[in-house]
Each structure stands twice: as C-alpha cells, then as structure tokens.
Design a binder for this molecule. Structure first.
Ligand code: SF4
Ligand code: SF4
Length: 375
C-alpha cells in the first residue's frame, strides 16, 4: 500500500452561488441546489482565498450557478489578483454588459470562459429554457473588444453533437481562440437526463472525425479540445487528478469539496469553511483524506498496475452506478460492474432510435424540480 503524499491545492474553484438565470438540462450543480442556502459573504470568500493562496493555490475559477449574479464579484476578483492568483471567470454570459466587463478588466480578471448550448438559436434556447443565444453572441464580441482570448465551451450530448461542424464554424466566426467541446459528464442534472442525452457510438465517431478534419483545416487558428465521454472508453479518467490532490472546490454555502459532487457520497463528513481553516480542511479533514492513497481501494483496483494512472476512476460515478463509492469505476473494462455502463449505452441508443420524448421528457434545472428532488 502507498502512503499518500499530500501536496498543496493548485486549483481553487469558488462556486459563488447556485443561483442561475438558465435552466440547463445537463447542469452540474446538485439536483437539490434549491435547499442549499446561506451563501458565503464577501469577507468569508476573501478569507478563503487568502488561506488557499497561503497554502499554495495558484489558479482560481469563479463559477456558479452564474457568478455574475454576485454584486461583489469585482471585489473578489481584485482581491484574488492582489493575492497573486490567475483568475478565471466561468460564465453563461448573462449579466456581462460593457460596464461590467470594463470593471472586471480593471479589477485584473485574466480569463473568461463563455458557454453556449448550441450553434442554433432554437437548440441553445431550448436546452437552457431561456432566450440567451443572441445575448451570448454579443458577450462574445465584448470579450474580444476587451482583449481577452475568446474561450468558448459547449457541452455536447445527443441533441447538439450532430451540429458539431456548425458549432466549430460559429466559434471561428466569433474569432474564438479555444473551443472546448466537452461531452456531458453524467452527474447531477445530466444523470437525471442520461437516457435523453447520451449520444450513440455512431454520433461520437462521426463527431470525432469532424473535429479531426477541422483541426487539419484550421491549424492554430482555434484550438479544438474534444473530450470523449468516458462511458465509451475502456478505462476511467483520472478524476480530479486524484482525490484531494490538486482541486479544492468551495460551494456557495462554504462546504469544501474534493470534487463538485462529493457531497452526494455517503460516509463523508463534509467540512465547511465557516468552521475550519483551509489548512485544516485540506490536510486533516476526514473527507479530503478518505480516498487519498490506495488503502481504500477494492479489487481489481488494489492490485492493478494502472492504479497510479487513474486512481480507480471517479468516486461519484462509482457511487451513482453501483451504490458503493469505493467500488472500481464501472467505466473500467476490468470492473465487475462494467455491464452497467454497457447497458446504459444500449438503453440510450434505444431511446435515440425511437420517438420517446413523451415517455422520457427532459428534466430542466428549475427551482421547482430541485425542490422535488430535495424531497
Ligand atoms: S450549466 Fe447552465 S444552469 Fe447550470 S450553472 Fe451553468 S449556465 Fe447555469
Ligand atoms: S482496475 Fe481500477 S486501477 Fe485498474 S484500470 Fe481499472 S479503474 Fe484503473
């Protein structure tokens, strides 16, 4: 067994709020977000940033929900910059008008990532249940005007993956330098909609071929990042580069999480920054130490030669698909539960080939749906 070496956190994700004007069907926020109240105030966030920076964290992402809904965002960005963080804003674009972007620029914001849902107004607005497509295009122009690299993110799934060429063309039209084509990860709201969102293998193969053809054609004009959904792989991803290894997520209420979905895992005592310092949380808390090293692993991971590479995969995925957070991630072909993933692909393909939109309606991220899931 390997004793874990605990390095300091590198990446601090500040989820400033779960409030969001959009209602994305693949939203990565917890499905019970509506019951999670008591957002940290400005002073608490400043303390979190100071302590994380003192520990060694170098990058900060301001996300949500929609972080622009926080009136103190400029203050937080300015303080993060003063502390020496590289600062990222992860936004839907709603609320980013000229006055706001000018003030964020002045505060020292380094980087903005703008999300789109699709290349067509119809699908963009349908999937987010808002009329935001034209507004996002205006925001993209503002981002360029204020001399930021244009970093666009589109979450891919069965409904927009056939438009991948149009999505790339849209990114080129908007002079994007980076386009992240991120296949949906099946947690949170996306898990509720998995049968409606999981693409077919044929769709994925075609999409990857299109991306590769564009890479040849456009060279360095725009960097295309295409992340294959791990349901279609034989090995899991090294989730978070290992539990409690580089990533520290602070949720709006101050819960400190080793990954976005960790509070859904049973058996963890999730620490809160209202009660503990970042130092205590990172080095001493039960939750951050729980899946460090390999002593928690079961077979086949425990004796596997690849365990230093993928750390047994994603704990949240293992729990969601098997009910056991310490199980081998079923995405792995060596997992005794790998059939669960194969079955999900087959079921989603059956849904894709039939008109089942009435039987399996998409569940939108809304406060009322969230109340329902909170039970
Ligand atoms: S995924 Fe959509 S609904 Fe969820 S926080 Fe982002 S923009 Fe808002
Ligand atoms: S058995 Fe575990 S450690 Fe080995 S490849 Fe699969 S998930 Fe990774």
């Amino acid at each position: 067994m390997t004793q874990p070496v605990i390095n300091p956190p590198f990446w601090l994700l500040a989820e400033l709020t779960y409030r969001c004007p959009l209602h994305c069907v693949f939203c990565y926020n917890p499905v019970n977000y509506d019951s999670i109240k008591n957002e940290l105030d400005t002073d608490a966030w400043i303390r979190v940033m100071r302590e994380a920076r003192a520990l060694g964290a170098a990058q900060i992402g301001f996300s949500g929900g929609e972080p622009l809904l926080r009136d103190d965002l400029d203050i937080l960005v300015a303080e993060a910059r003063r502390l020496g963080f590289y600062t990222n804003l992860i936004t839907s674009g709603v609320g980013l008008n000229e006055k706001r972007i000018a003030s964020l620029k002045q505060a020292g914001l380094d980087h903005i990532q703008l999300s789109f849902q699709d290349s067509t107004q119809e699908m963009n607005d349908f999937l987010s249940s808002t009329k935001t497509f034209e507004l996002k295009k205006k925001v993209a122009a503002l981002i360029k005007k204020y001399d930021y690299p244009m970093v666009m993110n589109v979450v891919l799934h069965r409904h927009n993956i056939p438009h991948i060429d149009k999505i790339i063309e849209m990114a080129l039209d908007l002079s994007a330098e980076y386009l992240e084509l991120a296949n949906t990860q099946y947690y949170g709201w996306a898990m509720k909609n998995r049968q409606q969102l999981l693409p077919t293998r044929e769709q994925l193969v075609a999409a990857e071929a299109t991306v590769n053809a564009y890479r040849e054609k456009i060279g360095k004009q725009c960097k295309l990042l295409f992340v294959v959904p791990d349901y279609f792989e034989e090995r899991p991803k090294a989730c978070m580069n290992g539990w409690g290894s580089i990533f520290l997520d602070i949720a709006p209420d101050g819960a400190a999480l080793p990954c976005h979905n960790a509070r859904e895992l049973p058996g963890l005592n999730i620490p809160n920054v209202k009660e503990h310092s970042i130092q205590e949380i990172w080095y001493e808390s039960q939750a951050f130490n729980f899946f460090r090293g390999d002593s928690w692993m079961q077979e086949p991971c425990r004796s596997c030669s690849e365990k230093e590479k993928d750390f047994g995969g994603c704990r949240c995925q293992a729990f969601l698909l098997t009910g056991d957070p310490a199980a081998t991630d079923p995405v792995c072909a060596k997992s005794p539960n790998h059939h669960v993933v194969k079955l999900a692909i087959r079921e989603a393909a059956a849904v894709a080939n039939a008109d089942t939109s009435k039987e399996f309606p998409l569940v939108f991220r809304t406060d009322s749906n969230s109340k329902r899931f909170a039970g």
